[in-house]
Design a protein around this ligand. Structure first.
Ligand SMILES: *Cc1c(COP(=O)(O)O)cnc(C)c1O
Length: 391
């Protein structure tokens, strides 16, 4: 008999009843160090007092109106994002998938309004993940995500990650946009070198194609800059955001330049919930913390400590681990033992990690992780590795 929850996930038999900072508690009193943060969502950890206050204060006043009316919390968050980034304008969504939908629509509408309606093609890369809608799975293109869901939305060209010559050849006068994650998440924590992102920006400038960055996982302070592309010193035309921006409350956004957004006039897009008062009240509180240079300095410091510790961990478990990669607090450990076994051994050692493609385990802790918690994380991962290697 089918379970009452549609069985699209194979869930661990873990049930958490309370969260506090970097820790998750079970009803029977076990404490887990959370290096997953709900897959890079709980940027400020669990039950952060500022977020609890923002949410409960707003909850006592007004939950929802509609985008038919002015929403001051949404205006405030849009202004904060525009002030802190390349963007001139923001549309709020409820998820990364919805941000992908709008990014694709915006890029195509841009060319349509420019009198080039055949310029619809969007270039994407192997190992990409942009969400689970029909457009987002067509964008990623992997068999794992698309099989059985055809016919797929046309207009996506899939290239191998890192194949510069193929990219140059694929950029034509039918290319509307290039869509890429600066650091691939689900694909196994693969960071695009700064030089490649710079080169990609130049190629887009030469051909006119728009550059869409998917910073759903790597954005909002995760790599130690507010957004990952800042490391390369270039800016996109359109950027997808979600996950960390709501700190655990469902919220996403599409940020764009005035030029790239110029096709999106009244009536061309909408959302019932997108940017509602509750989500944006929380989003403002998240932004106030994460955009603070002192906060980002903390992320970089703790990330350096964690990465150095992981190098040592890998050296002492060469049969289990291969290498560490990624940026900031978006780290992946490429494993030799099956990654699922190591995630399981982690549960036994009461530390939470998240599997990814390419036999990688991901470490995406709350950005508020402390130096002491890094030490504790390394000790628990060491126990997990010892257990995994003893079988
Ligand atoms: C998680 C993710 C998405 C999809 O976000 P949802 O909120 O699950 O719809 C898109 N792109 C990237 C890079 C992601 O990590």
């Amino acid at each position: 008999m089918i379970p009452s929850i549609l069985p699209t996930y194979s869930r661990a038999p873990l049930e958490f009843t309370k969260g506090e900072g970097s820790w998750l508690m079970t009803a029977d009193g076990r404490r887990f160090l959370d290096l997953g943060a709900g897959i890079a969502v709980n940027a400020l950890g669990h039950a952060h007092p500022a977020l609890v206050k923002a949410l409960t204060d707003q909850a006592g006043k007004l939950w929802h109106v509609s985008n038919l009316y002015q929403i001051p919390q949404q205006q405030a968050l849009a202004d904060k994002l525009v002030d802190a980034t390349f963007a001139d304008t923001v549309f709020f969504t409820n998820s990364g998938t919805e941000s992908c939908e709008l990014a694709v629509k915006m890029a195509r509408k841009f060319w349509y309004e420019k009198g080039d309606p055949d310029r619809v093609e969007i270039i994407t890369f192997s190992g990409a993940f942009h969400g689970r809608s029909t457009a987002a799975i067509a964008a990623a293109g992997s068999e794992k995500m698309t099989k059985g869901f055809g016919p797929l939305m046309p207009g996506f060209t899939h290239l191998d990650w890192g194949d510069h010559d193929a990219l140059r050849a694929a950029l034509t006068d039918r290319t509307a946009a290039v869509l890429i994650e600066p650091v691939q998440g689900e694909g196994g924590i693969r960071a695009l070198p700064d030089q490649c992102l710079k080169g990609l920006r130049e190629l887009c400038d030469e051909t006119g194609a728009l550059l869409i960055l998917d910073e759903v996982q790597c954005g909002m302070g995760r790599t130690g800059k507010l957004f990952a592309h800042e490391w390369a010193g270039v800016t996109p035309d359109i950027m997808m955001v979600a996950k960390g921006i709501g700190g655990g409350f469902p919220l996403g956004a599409v940020l764009a330049t005035e030029q790239a957004a110029s096709g999106m006039t009244a009536g061309t897009h909408g959302s019932t919930y997108g940017g509602n008062p509750l989500a944006c009240a929380v989003g403002c509180a998240v932004m106030d913390h994460v955009a603070d240079p002192g906060f980002l300095a903390h992320v970089n410091q703790v990330a350096g400590q964690l990465r150095q510790g992981l190098e040592g961990l890998i050296a002492s478990h060469p049969d289990v681990f291969e290498e560490v990669r990624g940026a900031g607090l978006m780290l992946g450990i490429k494993c030799k033992a099956p990654n699922a076994d190591i995630v399981q051994a982690g549960y036994d050692a009461q530390v939470i990690t998240v599997p990814a493609a390419d036999n990688v385990i991901r470490l995406l802790p709350p950005l508020t992780l402390s130096a002491d918690e890094v030490t504790e994380a390394l000790a628990r991962l060491d126990r997990a590795a010892t257990q995994a290697s003893n079988g």
